[in-house]
Design a protein around this ligand. Structure first.
Ligand code: CO
Length: 236
């Protein structure tokens, strides 16, 4: 697609938005007050607003390759601080996705680019528990299991950042969530953990212990079924 086409698409989008809601951009110009911070993968197929069905203004976003929380990442820390202290978001969602190319690369042998430095936390987790992961014979299933655990690991990291600890210490309402997105079906699943306090964080089992316990992530559809019929349902 030629680049000028992108401008044409932009004009069409802005006109469509204005037709549907004449004051949309007037409201947007005033302020943003998102309730959610999304920390996700840069993958072009996993865009926070589309996946959540939200409009501009409703979700604050930070994305990087394989949704990693490096606790010295100035970009992430600045976004997190602004989201929590100024915007006062109530939910921080770390959302990974199945079929993540970053995770797949971390499990492979190629080590020749800056991205391999970036992916190191995943590489370390994989190496440490290689026996468990390599016992999963299907390569996609193996990588997907690491995708799930990577999310759980990053939630633990978010929960240990002083910005978050301080928010909890002063009684601010702040919930952390670990979710995974299925590129193959468009559905989000809750991987966990969900945390809302220092006590809940400290009560978590370690990521090394989690490697040995696999709970099936729960989609919204299945979550509703469980609420209605109890845990035994097979509905998905
Ligand atoms: Co990815």
């Amino acid at each position: 697609m030629a680049l000028h086409k992108l401008f044409d698409r932009n004009v069409a989008w802005a006109q469509r938005k204005t037709c549907e809601d004449p004051t949309f951009f007037l409201r947007m110009a005033e302020q943003q007050s998102p309730k959610y911070l999304w920390i996700g993968c840069s993958d072009s197929r996993v865009t926070a607003n589309d996946v959540l069905g939200l409009d501009p203004g409703e979700v604050f976003v930070q994305r990087n390759i394989a949704n990693i929380v490096h606790t010295s990442d100035m970009n992430l820390l600045a976004v997190l601080e602004y989201a929590i202290e100024i915007l006062k978001v109530e939910h921080v969602i770390v959302c990974g996705h199945y079929g993540c190319g970053g995770v797949q690369r971390a499990l492979g042998r190629e080590r020749s680019a800056l991205v391999d430095h970036w992916l190191q936390p995943i590489v370390m987790l994989y190496r440490k528990h290689r026996a468990v992961f390599d016992a999963i014979e299907d390569m996609d299933a193996r990588a997907n299991r690491v995708c799930e655990l990577n999310i759980e690991m990053q939630i633990r990291r978010v929960a240990s950042i002083p910005i978050v600890e301080n928010a909890w210490a002063r009684g601010q309402s702040l919930h952390l969530h670990g979710w995974i997105y299925g590129i193959h079906d468009g559905l989000l699943r809750d991987v966990g953990p969900t945390l809302a306090s220092i006590e809940e964080r400290d009560a978590l089992i370690s990521i090394d212990q989690r490697v040995h316990r696999h709970d099936e992530p729960v989609s919204g559809v299945r979550g509703h079924a469980i609420d209605a019929f109890g845990e035994t349902t097979e509905t998905e």
